[in-house]
Design a protein around this ligand. Structure first.
Ligand code: ZN
Length: 328
């Protein structure tokens, strides 16, 4: 009965095929979606949802300033490989627009994140030139919303939707990853709220208008911005005005950024006897401790906490010294 004798062989062959498929490294079809983002934090977020780090890139390299970026020929190539481009909008990263035009035919989707986020107006009129005023509201909107975990989670959900449309076989995977990312962002948010609780009410001046969303979330307040526009240092008159404002508003720190020159911030800080806290709103692949959005936000919260606590202790000690000298 050859029919019966063949069955085990067929079974074994099927098992081998199944094993070969199951043990194969998770290879993707060549047309699987590739994501290119304008800035590193959006790439971090996209990697979480896409689930394959190699399928995600950022135009802006780590350490570069998004406000002064000039796309390179390699960026045109990168845009050509993208099936989704994710960018901020509001004039923040308009340098992606010509790149998108260049590859118009091949690009399937564009996510302009500012369309999917509850926007805040810019803190300071000094920084108005950073973004386009919204003619409907007569306000300029702040583009630095990726530093708010809730906004980041919302962008993740939007990306999962777009990836699912392009790659319906894995739509559920993308959705599940976006849900998981949202949950971790909510946990991070709770952790940071707890960590920065004692610092609620802290008022600061930022070298650059980067921290309003983060500040609102954790009860800090960005009362003014040093730069007149990204990369434009203030003159003596603006500095004098900022100093007066800092004294009047009881400002406790100056926030600077690793990507920026902070000459004016240092001048202000030494005049006012305030700490300069050097933060990093961007991080990026290969930047130690700042390669995921979660780590980037934790890193910044820790810098703020350490610097403000150290400053409070120092000022306390100075005050005690002064009191002691008075009573002697
Ligand atoms: Zn900025």
């Amino acid at each position: 009965m050859p029919h019966v004798r063949r069955l085990p062989f067929v079974g074994t062959a099927l098992l081998l095929v199944w094993l070969a498929l199951a043990c194969r490294p998770a290879q993707e079809l060549p047309q699987a979606p590739r994501v290119v983002t304008s800035i590193p934090p959006l790439a971090m977020l996209a990697r979480e949802v896409r689930g394959n780090a190699e399928a995600v890139n950022s135009f802006l390299p780590p350490g570069a300033n998004p406000h002064q970026f000039e796309p390179r020929p390699s960026d045109v190539r990168r845009a050509g490989q993208a099936s989704v481009i994710v960018h901020i909008g509001l004039g923040f990263d308009d340098w992606v627009l010509p790149l998108m035009q260049e590859v118009e035919g091949d690009l399937k989707s564009v996510i302009r994140c500012s369309d999917h986020v509850k926007l805040m107006p810019l803190t300071s009129v000094e920084a108005l030139e950073e973004v386009n005023p919204d003619p409907a509201h007569g306000k300029a909107w702040d583009p630095h919303f990726w530093l708010d975990p809730e906004a980041a989670a919302g962008i993740g959900v939007q990306l999962a939707e777009v990836l699912g449309q392009q790659d319906s076989a894995r739509a559920n995977d993308y959705r599940a990853r976006a849900d998981d990312f949202s949950m971790r962002m909510a946990q991070l948010d709770a952790d940071l709220s707890h960590q920065l609780k004692a610092l609620r009410g802290t008022r600061f001046i930022a070298t650059h208008a980067g921290w309003a969303y983060f500040a609102r979330r954790y009860g800090l307040e960005q009362v003014a911005v040093v730069e007149l526009a990204p990369g434009r240092e203030p003159g003596p008159r603006s500095l004098a005005r900022l100093m007066e404002l800092a004294r009047r508003e009881n400002v406790q720190a100056i926030f600077s950024e690793v990507q920026l020159s902070d000459g004016s911030a240092r001048v202000l800080a030494s005049e006012l006897n305030l700490p300069v806290i050097v933060l990093d709103p961007l991080g990026g692949a290969g930047v130690p401790g700042r390669e995921s959005l979660e780590d980037l936000l934790r890193w910044n919260a820790q810098r703020i906490q350490d610097a403000l606590q150290k400053d409070a202790l120092q000022k306390d000690a100075l005050q005690k010294d002064a009191l002691q000298k008075e009573t002697e």
